[in-house]
Design a binder for this molecule. Sequence first.
Ligand SMILES: [Zn+2]
Ligand SMILES: [Zn+2]
Length: 422
Amino acid sequence: MNAPDTPFPFDAAVQAAADRIEPDVIAWRRDLHQNPELGNREVRTARIVAAHLRSLGFDQVLEKVAHTGVVGLLKGGKPGPVVALRADMDALPVVEETDVPFKSTVRTEWNGNPCGVMHACGHDAHTSILMGVASVLASIRDRIPGSVKLVFQPAEETPPIGEDGGAKMMVAEGCLKNPDVGAIFGLHVTSIHPTGKIGYRSGPLMASADDFRVFVRGNQTHAAMPWRGIDPIVVGSQIVLGLQTIVARRMNITHEPSVVTVGVFRGGVRHNIIPDEVRLEGTIRAFDEEHRNQLHEHVKRIAEMIAEAGGAKANVHIHRWYDVTVNHPGLTEWSVPTLARIAGEANVNVVDKVCGAEDFSFFQKEVPGFFYFMGCTPVDRDATTAAPNHSPRFYVDERALKLGVRTLSALALDWLSANAKG
Ligand SMILES: [Zn+2]
Ligand SMILES: [Zn+2]
Protein backbone atom coordinates (compact mmCIF):
# COMPACT_ATOMS: atom_id res chain seq x y z
CA MET A 1 0.00 0.00 0.00
CA ASN A 2 0.95 3.58 -0.64
CA ALA A 3 4.11 2.84 -2.57
CA PRO A 4 5.30 5.87 -4.56
CA ASP A 5 3.30 4.83 -7.63
CA THR A 6 -0.06 4.75 -5.81
CA PRO A 7 -2.36 7.80 -5.99
CA PHE A 8 -1.26 8.79 -2.47
CA PRO A 9 2.52 8.58 -2.60
CA PHE A 10 3.08 10.44 0.67
CA ASP A 11 0.92 8.39 3.02
CA ALA A 12 3.52 5.86 4.11
CA ALA A 13 6.18 8.51 4.69
CA VAL A 14 3.73 10.76 6.58
CA GLN A 15 2.59 7.91 8.78
CA ALA A 16 6.16 6.88 9.60
CA ALA A 17 7.22 10.46 10.31
CA ALA A 18 4.10 11.09 12.43
CA ASP A 19 4.86 7.94 14.45
CA ARG A 20 8.44 9.12 14.97
CA ILE A 21 7.49 12.65 16.01
CA GLU A 22 4.55 11.71 18.27
CA PRO A 23 6.57 11.65 21.55
CA ASP A 24 7.92 15.12 20.70
CA VAL A 25 4.45 16.46 19.90
CA ILE A 26 3.21 15.20 23.26
CA ALA A 27 6.21 16.71 25.05
CA TRP A 28 5.74 20.08 23.30
CA ARG A 29 2.07 20.07 24.15
CA ARG A 30 2.75 19.38 27.83
CA ASP A 31 5.32 22.14 27.97
CA LEU A 32 2.95 24.62 26.32
CA HIS A 33 0.15 23.47 28.60
CA GLN A 34 2.25 24.12 31.68
CA ASN A 35 3.36 27.52 30.36
CA PRO A 36 0.23 29.01 28.81
CA GLU A 37 0.13 32.60 27.57
CA LEU A 38 -2.85 34.87 26.97
CA GLY A 39 -3.73 36.55 23.67
CA ASN A 40 -1.04 38.91 22.32
CA ARG A 41 1.29 37.67 25.09
CA GLU A 42 2.41 34.41 23.40
CA VAL A 43 6.06 35.45 23.54
CA ARG A 44 7.56 32.22 24.87
CA THR A 45 5.30 30.06 22.70
CA ALA A 46 6.24 32.03 19.58
CA ARG A 47 9.93 31.76 20.41
CA ILE A 48 9.66 27.96 20.70
CA VAL A 49 7.72 27.72 17.44
CA ALA A 50 10.14 29.95 15.51
CA ALA A 51 13.19 28.08 16.83
CA HIS A 52 11.62 24.77 15.81
CA LEU A 53 10.88 25.95 12.26
CA ARG A 54 14.42 27.33 11.90
CA SER A 55 15.91 24.07 13.17
CA LEU A 56 14.04 22.26 10.38
CA GLY A 57 15.50 24.54 7.72
CA PHE A 58 12.34 26.48 6.86
CA ASP A 59 13.04 28.94 4.03
CA GLN A 60 11.40 31.81 5.83
CA VAL A 61 10.38 32.33 9.46
CA LEU A 62 8.59 35.61 10.14
CA GLU A 63 8.08 36.60 13.76
CA LYS A 64 6.01 39.29 15.46
CA VAL A 65 3.28 39.01 12.82
CA ALA A 66 0.18 40.61 14.41
CA HIS A 67 2.24 41.16 17.60
CA THR A 68 3.26 37.59 18.50
CA GLY A 69 2.41 35.48 15.46
CA VAL A 70 4.86 33.30 13.54
CA VAL A 71 4.62 32.45 9.82
CA GLY A 72 6.93 29.80 8.41
CA LEU A 73 7.44 28.95 4.75
CA LEU A 74 8.73 25.57 3.60
CA LYS A 75 9.51 25.35 -0.11
CA GLY A 76 9.19 21.88 -1.58
CA GLY A 77 11.71 20.42 -3.99
CA LYS A 78 9.25 20.56 -6.90
CA PRO A 79 7.37 23.53 -8.35
CA GLY A 80 3.76 24.04 -7.32
CA PRO A 81 1.25 26.24 -5.50
CA VAL A 82 1.16 27.38 -1.88
CA VAL A 83 -1.06 25.90 0.82
CA ALA A 84 -1.46 27.26 4.36
CA LEU A 85 -2.13 25.48 7.64
CA ARG A 86 -3.13 27.41 10.75
CA ALA A 87 -2.84 26.84 14.49
CA ASP A 88 -3.82 29.29 17.23
CA MET A 89 -1.51 29.69 20.23
CA ASP A 90 -3.34 31.63 22.97
CA ALA A 91 -4.68 30.40 26.30
CA LEU A 92 -7.60 31.63 28.43
CA PRO A 93 -7.91 33.47 31.77
CA VAL A 94 -9.03 30.32 33.59
CA VAL A 95 -7.70 28.74 36.79
CA GLU A 96 -6.93 25.14 35.86
CA GLU A 97 -8.69 22.41 37.86
CA THR A 98 -7.43 19.26 36.16
CA ASP A 99 -5.03 16.93 37.96
CA VAL A 100 -2.57 16.36 35.12
CA PRO A 101 1.09 16.50 36.25
CA PHE A 102 1.74 19.36 33.81
CA LYS A 103 -1.17 21.44 35.12
CA SER A 104 -0.78 25.20 34.77
CA THR A 105 -0.29 27.23 37.92
CA VAL A 106 0.42 30.45 35.99
CA ARG A 107 -1.17 33.61 37.34
CA THR A 108 -1.30 36.93 35.53
CA GLU A 109 -3.69 39.76 34.66
CA TRP A 110 -6.43 40.02 32.07
CA ASN A 111 -7.90 43.44 31.34
CA GLY A 112 -6.55 44.66 34.65
CA ASN A 113 -7.94 41.81 36.75
CA PRO A 114 -5.83 39.05 38.34
CA CYS A 115 -6.47 35.65 36.78
CA GLY A 116 -5.12 32.17 36.22
CA VAL A 117 -4.06 31.06 32.76
CA MET A 118 -5.01 27.75 31.18
CA HIS A 119 -5.03 26.18 27.75
CA ALA A 120 -8.72 25.51 28.29
CA CYS A 121 -9.55 25.56 24.57
CA GLY A 122 -6.80 23.17 23.43
CA HIS A 123 -4.72 25.67 21.48
CA ASP A 124 -1.65 24.01 23.06
CA ALA A 125 -2.69 20.89 21.13
CA HIS A 126 -3.13 22.90 17.91
CA THR A 127 0.30 24.52 18.23
CA SER A 128 2.12 21.27 18.98
CA ILE A 129 0.25 19.45 16.19
CA LEU A 130 1.36 22.09 13.68
CA MET A 131 4.94 21.87 15.00
CA GLY A 132 4.68 18.12 14.35
CA VAL A 133 3.37 18.79 10.84
CA ALA A 134 6.40 21.03 10.28
CA SER A 135 8.69 18.11 11.16
CA VAL A 136 6.79 15.66 8.98
CA LEU A 137 6.76 17.93 5.93
CA ALA A 138 10.39 18.98 6.36
CA SER A 139 11.39 15.30 6.35
CA ILE A 140 9.97 14.86 2.83
CA ARG A 141 10.44 18.37 1.49
CA ASP A 142 12.37 17.29 -1.64
CA ARG A 143 9.28 15.47 -2.87
CA ILE A 144 6.73 18.22 -2.14
CA PRO A 145 5.23 19.90 -5.26
CA GLY A 146 4.91 23.47 -3.99
CA SER A 147 5.21 25.31 -0.71
CA VAL A 148 3.59 25.09 2.69
CA LYS A 149 2.96 28.13 4.86
CA LEU A 150 2.45 27.44 8.54
CA VAL A 151 0.49 30.17 10.30
CA PHE A 152 0.86 30.25 14.09
CA GLN A 153 -1.74 32.77 15.19
CA PRO A 154 -2.04 34.78 18.42
CA ALA A 155 -5.16 35.98 20.22
CA GLU A 156 -7.84 33.77 18.70
CA GLU A 157 -9.87 34.23 21.89
CA THR A 158 -9.72 38.00 21.22
CA PRO A 159 -6.93 40.34 22.32
CA PRO A 160 -7.10 42.28 25.59
CA ILE A 161 -9.38 45.35 25.61
CA GLY A 162 -7.86 48.22 23.65
CA GLU A 163 -5.55 46.03 21.54
CA ASP A 164 -5.92 44.67 18.04
CA GLY A 165 -4.74 41.24 16.96
CA GLY A 166 -5.69 37.74 15.86
CA ALA A 167 -6.44 36.39 12.40
CA LYS A 168 -7.84 39.67 11.09
CA MET A 169 -4.60 41.46 11.87
CA MET A 170 -2.45 38.64 10.44
CA VAL A 171 -4.41 38.90 7.18
CA ALA A 172 -4.03 42.69 7.20
CA GLU A 173 -0.28 42.24 7.62
CA GLY A 174 -0.23 40.05 4.54
CA CYS A 175 0.28 36.57 5.99
CA LEU A 176 -1.59 35.01 3.04
CA LYS A 177 0.45 36.93 0.44
CA ASN A 178 3.97 36.77 -0.92
CA PRO A 179 3.85 33.96 -1.84
CA ASP A 180 0.09 33.91 -2.33
CA VAL A 181 -1.79 31.13 -0.59
CA GLY A 182 -4.31 29.08 -2.61
CA ALA A 183 -6.15 27.37 0.25
CA ILE A 184 -6.01 27.17 4.04
CA PHE A 185 -6.81 24.36 6.47
CA GLY A 186 -7.27 24.38 10.23
CA LEU A 187 -8.65 22.17 12.97
CA HIS A 188 -10.02 22.45 16.49
CA VAL A 189 -9.96 19.84 19.23
CA THR A 190 -13.30 19.39 20.96
CA SER A 191 -14.47 17.49 24.03
CA ILE A 192 -17.85 16.70 22.49
CA HIS A 193 -16.42 13.97 20.27
CA PRO A 194 -14.28 10.97 21.29
CA THR A 195 -10.67 10.68 20.20
CA GLY A 196 -10.42 9.40 16.65
CA LYS A 197 -13.61 11.11 15.44
CA ILE A 198 -13.59 14.00 13.00
CA GLY A 199 -16.53 16.33 12.46
CA TYR A 200 -17.02 18.62 9.49
CA ARG A 201 -19.66 20.65 7.75
CA SER A 202 -19.91 22.39 4.38
CA GLY A 203 -20.92 26.07 4.37
CA PRO A 204 -21.63 27.86 7.67
CA LEU A 205 -19.99 25.90 10.51
CA MET A 206 -19.54 28.35 13.36
CA ALA A 207 -21.46 31.52 14.16
CA SER A 208 -20.59 35.16 13.83
CA ALA A 209 -20.08 36.75 17.25
CA ASP A 210 -20.90 40.37 18.03
CA ASP A 211 -21.44 41.97 21.37
CA PHE A 212 -23.75 44.77 22.34
CA ARG A 213 -24.09 47.19 25.22
CA VAL A 214 -27.26 49.10 26.00
CA PHE A 215 -27.16 52.06 28.38
CA VAL A 216 -30.69 52.80 29.59
CA ARG A 217 -30.85 56.30 30.97
CA GLY A 218 -33.72 57.07 33.35
CA ASN A 219 -34.03 59.66 36.07
CA GLN A 220 -32.92 58.93 39.62
CA THR A 221 -35.43 59.26 42.43
CA HIS A 222 -36.52 57.83 45.78
CA ALA A 223 -37.64 54.24 45.41
CA ALA A 224 -40.78 55.03 47.40
CA MET A 225 -41.81 57.73 44.90
CA PRO A 226 -41.23 56.21 41.46
CA TRP A 227 -43.56 58.74 39.77
CA ARG A 228 -41.00 61.46 40.55
CA GLY A 229 -38.44 59.91 38.15
CA ILE A 230 -37.96 57.38 35.36
CA ASP A 231 -37.05 53.83 36.44
CA PRO A 232 -34.36 52.38 34.12
CA ILE A 233 -34.55 49.00 35.90
CA VAL A 234 -38.12 48.41 34.78
CA VAL A 235 -37.39 49.76 31.29
CA GLY A 236 -34.23 47.62 31.09
CA SER A 237 -36.24 44.55 32.10
CA GLN A 238 -38.73 45.23 29.31
CA ILE A 239 -35.83 45.56 26.89
CA VAL A 240 -34.43 42.16 27.95
CA LEU A 241 -37.80 40.56 27.23
CA GLY A 242 -38.22 42.55 24.01
CA LEU A 243 -34.85 41.32 22.75
CA GLN A 244 -36.03 37.74 23.27
CA THR A 245 -38.79 38.29 20.71
CA ILE A 246 -36.26 38.91 17.93
CA VAL A 247 -35.24 35.31 17.28
CA ALA A 248 -38.67 33.98 18.22
CA ARG A 249 -40.79 36.36 16.09
CA ARG A 250 -38.63 38.25 13.61
CA MET A 251 -36.03 35.85 12.19
CA ASN A 252 -36.65 33.21 9.55
CA ILE A 253 -35.46 30.25 11.60
CA THR A 254 -36.03 27.83 8.71
CA HIS A 255 -33.05 29.44 6.96
CA GLU A 256 -30.47 29.67 9.76
CA PRO A 257 -30.62 29.72 13.56
CA SER A 258 -29.52 32.74 15.59
CA VAL A 259 -29.10 33.72 19.22
CA VAL A 260 -29.53 36.93 21.22
CA THR A 261 -28.44 36.68 24.87
CA VAL A 262 -28.24 39.32 27.60
CA GLY A 263 -25.42 38.31 29.93
CA VAL A 264 -25.02 41.46 32.03
CA PHE A 265 -27.69 43.59 33.73
CA ARG A 266 -26.15 46.18 36.04
CA GLY A 267 -27.67 49.09 37.88
CA GLY A 268 -28.48 50.53 41.24
CA VAL A 269 -26.69 50.84 44.59
CA ARG A 270 -29.44 50.64 47.23
CA HIS A 271 -32.82 49.03 47.74
CA ASN A 272 -34.45 52.40 48.23
CA ILE A 273 -33.03 54.34 45.30
CA ILE A 274 -34.21 54.14 41.70
CA PRO A 275 -30.94 54.66 39.79
CA ASP A 276 -30.23 56.96 36.89
CA GLU A 277 -28.95 54.29 34.58
CA VAL A 278 -28.67 50.56 33.96
CA ARG A 279 -26.33 48.78 31.62
CA LEU A 280 -27.10 45.65 29.62
CA GLU A 281 -24.49 43.63 27.76
CA GLY A 282 -25.03 40.67 25.51
CA THR A 283 -24.03 38.68 22.47
CA ILE A 284 -25.51 38.17 19.01
CA ARG A 285 -24.79 34.97 17.06
CA ALA A 286 -25.75 34.28 13.44
CA PHE A 287 -24.86 31.92 10.59
CA ASP A 288 -25.67 34.27 7.74
CA GLU A 289 -24.39 37.79 7.12
CA GLU A 290 -27.83 39.12 6.16
CA HIS A 291 -29.34 37.67 9.34
CA ARG A 292 -26.51 39.19 11.28
CA ASN A 293 -27.33 42.69 9.98
CA GLN A 294 -31.06 42.17 10.61
CA LEU A 295 -30.34 41.11 14.19
CA HIS A 296 -28.27 44.24 14.75
CA GLU A 297 -31.11 46.45 13.48
CA HIS A 298 -33.70 44.68 15.63
CA VAL A 299 -31.59 44.93 18.79
CA LYS A 300 -31.07 48.63 18.24
CA ARG A 301 -34.66 49.46 17.35
CA ILE A 302 -36.27 47.39 20.11
CA ALA A 303 -33.99 48.81 22.81
CA GLU A 304 -34.46 52.40 21.63
CA MET A 305 -38.22 52.18 21.13
CA ILE A 306 -38.98 50.39 24.39
CA ALA A 307 -36.88 52.95 26.23
CA GLU A 308 -38.71 55.77 24.51
CA ALA A 309 -42.10 54.26 25.40
CA GLY A 310 -41.04 54.26 29.04
CA GLY A 311 -39.78 57.84 28.96
CA ALA A 312 -36.15 56.71 29.13
CA LYS A 313 -33.37 56.79 26.56
CA ALA A 314 -31.35 53.82 25.32
CA ASN A 315 -27.90 54.16 23.78
CA VAL A 316 -27.00 51.01 21.88
CA HIS A 317 -23.45 50.07 20.92
CA ILE A 318 -22.80 46.97 18.83
CA HIS A 319 -19.29 45.69 18.21
CA ARG A 320 -18.68 43.29 15.33
CA TRP A 321 -16.19 40.63 16.36
CA TYR A 322 -15.96 37.49 14.26
CA ASP A 323 -17.60 36.70 10.94
CA VAL A 324 -19.38 33.43 10.26
CA THR A 325 -16.89 30.57 9.80
CA VAL A 326 -17.90 29.31 6.37
CA ASN A 327 -16.31 26.20 4.91
CA HIS A 328 -15.83 26.55 1.15
CA PRO A 329 -18.24 23.93 -0.26
CA GLY A 330 -15.92 22.78 -3.06
CA LEU A 331 -12.91 22.53 -0.79
CA THR A 332 -14.98 20.71 1.86
CA GLU A 333 -16.20 18.15 -0.64
CA TRP A 334 -12.63 17.73 -1.84
CA SER A 335 -11.23 17.37 1.73
CA VAL A 336 -13.56 14.67 3.05
CA PRO A 337 -12.01 11.72 1.13
CA THR A 338 -8.57 12.69 2.47
CA LEU A 339 -9.87 12.78 6.04
CA ALA A 340 -11.69 9.47 5.52
CA ARG A 341 -8.57 7.84 4.11
CA ILE A 342 -6.47 8.88 7.11
CA ALA A 343 -9.02 8.62 9.96
CA GLY A 344 -11.23 5.83 8.58
CA GLU A 345 -14.51 6.49 6.81
CA ALA A 346 -16.69 5.66 9.82
CA ASN A 347 -14.82 8.24 11.90
CA VAL A 348 -15.52 11.22 9.65
CA ASN A 349 -19.00 12.64 9.99
CA VAL A 350 -21.08 15.73 9.33
CA VAL A 351 -21.74 17.57 12.59
CA ASP A 352 -24.22 20.21 13.74
CA LYS A 353 -23.43 23.89 13.51
CA VAL A 354 -21.69 25.38 16.51
CA CYS A 355 -22.81 28.70 18.04
CA GLY A 356 -19.28 29.44 19.18
CA ALA A 357 -17.16 31.62 16.89
CA GLU A 358 -13.70 31.30 15.33
CA ASP A 359 -11.54 33.94 13.74
CA PHE A 360 -10.40 31.35 11.19
CA SER A 361 -13.32 33.02 9.38
CA PHE A 362 -11.03 35.94 8.46
CA PHE A 363 -8.69 33.64 6.55
CA GLN A 364 -11.68 32.06 4.80
CA LYS A 365 -12.79 35.47 3.56
CA GLU A 366 -9.50 35.78 1.67
CA VAL A 367 -8.96 32.26 0.30
CA PRO A 368 -10.95 29.00 0.23
CA GLY A 369 -10.65 27.49 3.70
CA PHE A 370 -11.68 24.30 5.45
CA PHE A 371 -11.95 24.00 9.24
CA TYR A 372 -12.78 20.75 11.00
CA PHE A 373 -13.26 19.39 14.52
CA MET A 374 -11.26 16.60 16.07
CA GLY A 375 -12.52 14.70 19.11
CA CYS A 376 -10.23 14.72 22.17
CA THR A 377 -12.20 12.92 24.88
CA PRO A 378 -10.72 9.50 25.72
CA VAL A 379 -12.83 6.71 24.26
CA ASP A 380 -13.50 5.22 27.71
CA ARG A 381 -15.17 8.45 28.87
CA ASP A 382 -18.56 9.85 27.91
CA ALA A 383 -17.96 12.70 25.44
CA THR A 384 -21.49 14.02 25.95
CA THR A 385 -20.75 14.83 29.59
CA ALA A 386 -17.00 15.59 29.38
CA ALA A 387 -15.92 19.04 30.58
CA PRO A 388 -16.32 21.30 27.54
CA ASN A 389 -13.74 23.59 25.92
CA HIS A 390 -13.21 26.66 28.16
CA SER A 391 -13.98 24.65 31.31
CA PRO A 392 -11.28 24.62 34.04
CA ARG A 393 -11.51 20.82 33.76
CA PHE A 394 -11.17 20.64 29.94
CA TYR A 395 -9.02 17.62 29.09
CA VAL A 396 -7.18 16.74 25.87
CA ASP A 397 -6.48 13.07 25.18
CA GLU A 398 -2.94 13.12 23.81
CA ARG A 399 -3.72 10.15 21.59
CA ALA A 400 -5.64 12.63 19.43
CA LEU A 401 -2.53 14.63 18.55
CA LYS A 402 -1.09 12.23 16.01
CA LEU A 403 -4.35 12.17 14.04
CA GLY A 404 -4.11 15.96 13.87
CA VAL A 405 -0.57 15.74 12.51
CA ARG A 406 -1.52 13.11 9.95
CA THR A 407 -4.73 14.78 8.72
CA LEU A 408 -3.25 18.26 8.34
CA SER A 409 -0.15 16.86 6.61
CA ALA A 410 -2.29 14.79 4.25
CA LEU A 411 -4.63 17.68 3.43
CA ALA A 412 -1.66 19.91 2.57
CA LEU A 413 0.11 17.27 0.47
CA ASP A 414 -3.05 16.12 -1.32
CA TRP A 415 -4.00 19.72 -2.09
CA LEU A 416 -0.55 20.57 -3.46
CA SER A 417 -0.45 17.37 -5.55
CA ALA A 418 -3.94 18.05 -6.94
CA ASN A 419 -3.18 21.67 -7.77
CA ALA A 420 0.40 21.41 -9.05
CA LYS A 421 0.51 22.00 -12.80
CA GLY A 422 1.99 19.45 -15.15
ZN1 LIG B 1 -11.96 28.91 22.70
ZN1 LIG C 1 -10.35 27.64 20.44
